[in-house]
Ligand binder design. Structure first.
Ligand SMILES: C[S@@+](CC[C@H](N)C(=O)[O-])C[C@H]1O[C@@H](n2cnc3c(N)ncnc32)[C@H](O)[C@@H]1O
Length: 308
């Protein structure tokens, strides 16, 4: 069996797993990390049909909140360990919410260098607001870093394929602006802009879609968390495959090594393997490891479960 149909899965602390990968001289091309957000609870998994969130009895993982300094300190140690195993063209996606994203941004700048920060994705899971006491959060933030751009000698550029992740034009724009038809019946538009050396006309094909921006509203969390959805495993805070697919397509090439050090139900690994990347995951929870192993096996991916 080729490397592409195999995945490595560490059961244990990701800090130790990173040391192991460093010892093995593995260089990782893409890291997506979705740590516990510091909610101050133990999250339960849905292991039986019809089990409600509040009645779940199977503990999946602890998500303590001991203050922002501890949270960021623990995450920063992991970012430092990850930095040591990045390939020169690597990207790191750090998925958090309002509780600690701002403090983590400052810490991540320290680790990777301010110039390695490539922006942030605002992910809108689409669940609606819950709080009655303050603004209910309806988005999460994914910070994007590349391997430190300040290193000397300069490293080659990071991987980013904007063409792999185009999105459809907004319905209003499609109806309003794409008013021309070519010989094959495809809709297109022209736009002329004034440049310093005169006017320039650009042609846009509607079927090509537009470049992806940073506010993502089209990857609903429901597709990963409702019992009826095909990809749902019952593991808490499972992320939608569409979200990971976009990240993996944009920031890695076929054959690249993709690492998820807080892999939970294995969404990143499942997507990476399907797209022909080499997947490595780690989780401290036995349930997460079993869920990921079963999920990958159902995709005909052979999984090597290891102690880090
Ligand atoms: C929010 S969940 C990840 C969900 C995942 N993105 C998915 O789509 O299923 C966070 C995971 O981090 C794991 N975790 C927490 N601390 C860890 C550590 N130090 N090392 C490895 N895994 C850890 C938890 O067990 C939990 O499964």
């Amino acid at each position: 069996m080729s490397d592409l149909a195999r995945a490595r899965l560490f059961h244990g602390d990701n800090l130790v797993a990173c040391e192991r990968l460093l010892d093995e001289k593995i260089e990782v091309d893409l890291v997506y990390l979705d740590p516990p957000f510091g909610v101050g609870a133990t999250h339960g998994a849905r292991t039986r049909a019809g089990e409600e969130r509040s009645r779940r009895t199977t503990a999946a993982y602890d998500d303590p909140w001991d203050g922002v300094d501890r949270f960021v300190g623990s995450l920063e140690a992991r970012l430092v360990a990850l930095r040591a195993i990045l390939s020169a063209r690597a990207s790191v996606y750090v998925h958090l919410d309002w509780r600690a994203v701002h403090d983590t941004k400052v810490a991540a700048d320290r680790v990777f260098g301010r110039s390695a920060f490539r922006g942030e994705i605002i992910w809108v899971p689409g669940n609606g607001a819950r709080s009655t006491k303050a603004w209910g959060a309806t988005h999460q933030t994914i910070l994007v870093y590349t391997a430190d751009a300040r290193q000397s000698p300069p490293k080659p550029p990071w991987i980013f394929d904007a063409e792999a992740v185009r999105e459809p034009y907004a319905a209003g724009s499609a109806a309003e602006h794409f008013d021309k038809l070519d010989e094959q019946g495809r809709r297109w538009r022209e736009r002329t802009v004034m440049l310093a050396n005169g006017p320039k006309t650009y042609r846009y094909e509607m079927s090509r879609g537009r470049r992806m921006g940073t506010v993502w509203t089209d990857c609903p969390s429901m597709s990963a968390n409702t019992p009826r959805a095909k990809e749902t495993t019952g593991y808490p805070h499972q992320k939608p495959e569409k979200l990971l697919e976009r990240i993996v397509r944009a920031s890695s090439e076929p054959g690249a090594i993709v690492l998820d050090p807080f892999c939970g139900s294995g969404t990143t690994l499942a997507v990476a393997a399907r797209l022909g990347r080499r997947a490595i995951g780690c989780d401290a929870s036995a349930l997460a490891v079993e869920t990921t192993r079963a999920r990958l096996s159902s995709q005909a991916v052979e999984v090597d479960v290891e102690q880090p």
